[in-house]
Ligand binder design. Structure first.
Ligand code: UDP
Ligand code: MG
Length: 324
C-alpha cells in the first residue's frame, strides 16, 4: 500500500479578482477535508499560478499565502495562456508532491470529484480525467461549439478524451515523463494521453461560473482546436496529399477527354493543348505539394523531440528513478 500522497492542487488564474476570494476558501476546505479523511498527507498544498493578470489577482494570492500555509502561489512574468499556466504549475509541483490536480479557479468544475480522483489514484491509476457528464448549464451555443470541438479534434487525428477539459489528476511520476515532451505549442489534453500509464475517468457536472466572465470566447476555442490539431497530428497534410492524388487522377481523365474531343474534331484550335497543360500542371503540382508536405510533417514531428519510449514497469529496482 502506498504511503499517504502529498497533493498539490494547481489553479491557473488570469484576471480573476472577482472569483478568487470566493473560490479559494472552497478549495482550502476541500483540501482540509481530504487531509482529515486520511486520504492525503498533511503537507498538501494549493498552488495558484497567476498568468500575468492585469488586475489584483496576484495581490489576492499573496494575501492568501500569508493567511494560511496551505496556500502557495507562483506568477508568470506575463500572460501566456491557460495551457502554459497549467504546465508551469505542474512542473513547479512535480518534485514536491506525489499527485497534482489541475482545476480552473472559477468554481465551474465540481471540487467534490477530487475525492473520487484521489481514490482512483490510491487504487493504482496514475492519471484520472475529470469528464463532464452533462452540459445542462451551458447555453446551447456553448454546448454545440464545445462538443463540435471534440468531434473535430478526433476526426482530425488528435486523440482527446471526450468532454474532458483540464480538470485532472496526474501523478508526479507521469509528470516526470511529461517533462520530456519539449514542445512549445501546448495542448495538454492531447499530450497527457500520449504519456500513457494507467488512467481512468471520473464524471462530474459542470456548473456555471461563480463570478467574473469566461476567457474562452469562440475565437480562443477555435485557436485552441487549431493548435491541438496541428500540434498532435499531420492528418491535414495527408488530406492535401489525398486531394492531390484525386485531382491528378481527374486531370488525367481530363487530358484523355481533351485529346478525344480534339480527335473527333469538336474543338477550336489550341484548346486541347491548353487543357492538357493546365490539367497536367495542376495535378502534378498538388501531388508534389502533398509529398513535400509529408516530409515537412515528419520534420515537424522530429523537431518536437518527443520521448521514443516510456517504461512503466520493471521486474527489478531501477537505480535512478527517472532520467531527465
Ligand atoms: N486562464 C489563464 N490564462 C488565460 C485565460 C484563462 O490562466 O489566458 C485561466 C482562468 O483563470 C481559469 C481557467 O484558465 O481559471 C479557465 O478559463 P475560463 O473559465 O475563462 O474558461 P471557460 O471555463 O469559460 O472555458
Ligand atoms: Mg471557466
Amino acid at each position: 500500500m502506498k504511503h499517504k500522497p502529498t497533493l498539490s492542487i494547481i489553479i491557473p488564474c488570469y484576471n480573476e479578482e472577482a472569483v478568487l476570494p470566493l473560490t479559494a476558501p472552497m478549495f482550502l476546505q476541500k483540501l482540509n477535508g481530504l487531509i482529515s479523511s486520511g486520504k492525503i498527507a498533511g503537507d498538501s498544498t494549493i498552488l495558484f499560478v497567476n498568468d500575468g493578470s492585469k488586475d489584483r489577482t496576484w495581490e489576492i494570492i499573496c494575501n492568501l499565502a500569508r493567511e494560511n500555509p496551505h496556500y502557495t502561489g507562483i506568477s508568470q512574468s506575463r500572460n501566456r495562456g491557460h495551457q502554459n499556466a497549467v504546465l508551469a504549475g505542474l512542473m513547479e509541483a512535480k518534485d514536491r508532491c506525489d499527485i497534482t490536480i489541475s482545476i480552473d479557479c472559477d468554481g465551474q468544475d465540481d471540487i467534490n470529484a477530487m475525492d473520487a480522483m484521489v481514490d482512483a489514484y490510491l487504487e493504482g491509476c496514475e492519471v484520472v480525467y475529470g469528464v463532464r457528464s452533462r452540459r445542462d448549464t451551458d447555453t446551447f451555443f456553448k454546448r454545440f461549439t464545445a462538443e463540435s470541438f471534440y468531434r473535430l479534434m478526433n476526426w482530425m487525428g488528435a486523440e482527446v478524451v471526450f468532454n474532458h477539459a483540464d480538470y485532472r489528476l496526474i501523478s508526479s511520476r507521469v509528470l516526470q515523463e511529461l517533462a520530456n515532451f519539449k514542445e512549445v505549442n501546448l495542448f495538454l489534453r492531447g499530450m497527457v494521453p500520449l504519456v500513457g500509464f494507467k488512467s481512468t475517468s471520473v464524471y462530474y457536472e459542470r456548473a456555471e461560473r461563480i463570478a467574473g466572465k469566461s476567457h474562452y470566447p469562440l475565437r480562443k476555442m477555435l485557436a485552441l482546436a487549431f493548435d491541438g490539431i496541428t500540434s498532435l497530428s499531420v492528418k491535414p497534410i495527408r488530406m492535401i496529399t489525398g486531394l492531390g492524388l484525386i485531382i491528378a487522377i481527374l486531370s488525367f481523365i481530363g487530358i484523355i477527354w481533351a485529346v478525344v474531343s480534339s480527335m473527333i474534331g469538336i474543338t477550336v484550335a489550341g484548346w486541347t493543348s491548353i487543357v492538357c497543360i493546365v490539367c497536367f500542371m495542376g495535378g502534378i503540382q498538388l501531388l508534389c505539394l502533398g509529398v513535400i508536405g509529408e516530409y515537412i510533417g515528419k520534420i515537424y514531428l522530429e523537431t518536437k523531440a518527443r520521448p521514443r519510449y516510456i517504461i512503466s514497469e520493471r521486474t527489478y529496482e531501477d537505480g535512478k528513478s527517472h532520467e531527465t
